[in-house]
Write a protein that binds this ligand. Structure first.
Ligand SMILES: [Zn+2]
Length: 201
């Protein structure tokens, strides 16, 4: 079977924003990260600044790296991360695959916080068979009744005397917490509530 080309996978020709495109904006709530040339779609409803991607969709597929625009679109609209068609849903909820991470809650997979969008039935089956990452980890095929939008993650920039400096680490910023003014978001997260573990499809 040919390897899948996941819709959310990044391409080698897609490049993130350059540091020179960022600036400090003095908003009513205090200084915050902004683009030098702002666009109305730069921020989400929670006023988090989102990473801009440049380039075309040609190039090599980077299986271990998600394109932030496409990840966000799938997670926001509950689309399959492989084909971008509506994800599968039945009476027990939406179809997700999740795996245990070092920071997973003891209730895992209940209340797991994930950036992996849901799947259609066909691609859940194929992913479980093909994905080398899943084979190395403890994972579960899930039905999720309440996959709640939880927050964003991305690089956290800090204002220094000579401009913005980034930690380069992925920092999670929950909607329930105060917004981080230096956040450059690149992933949208959901918290999986009302989880039923199912067998392989
Ligand atoms: Zn699919």
């Amino acid at each position: 079977m040919p390897l899948l080309t996941p819709y959310i996978a990044s391409r080698s020709t897609e490049l993130p924003v350059k540091l020179a495109e960022l600036t400090v904006e003095f908003a009513p709530g205090g200084p915050r990260l902004a683009y030098r040339r702002p666009h109305p779609t730069d921020r989400d409803h929670h006023r988090n600044l989102w990473l801009r991607m440049h380039g075309s969709t040609g190039g090599r597929i980077q299986y271990d790296c998600m394109n932030s625009d496409r990840q966000r679109a799938c997670m926001e609209n509950m689309l399959c991360q492989i084909c971008a068609e509506p994800a599968d849903r039945n009476k027990d909820g939406w179809l997700f695959i999740d795996w245990r991470r070092p920071d997973s809650p003891p209730t895992w997979p209940e209340r797991s916080i994930t950036s992996m969008p849901p799947l259609c039935a066909e691609h859940a089956r194929v992913s479980a068979r093909q994905c080398p990452f899943l084979r190395r980890n403890e994972y579960a095929v899930l039905r999720v009744r309440k996959p709640r939008l939880h927050g964003v993650s991305g690089a956290l920039y800090r204002l220094a005397a000579d401009g913005w400096r980034t930690s380069d680490n992925d920092v999670l910023s929950a909607y329930a917490e105060p917004r981080l003014p230096g956040m450059l978001a690149s992933r949208l997260h959901r918290e999986l509530r009302g989880v039923t573990v199912t067998g392989l499809l």
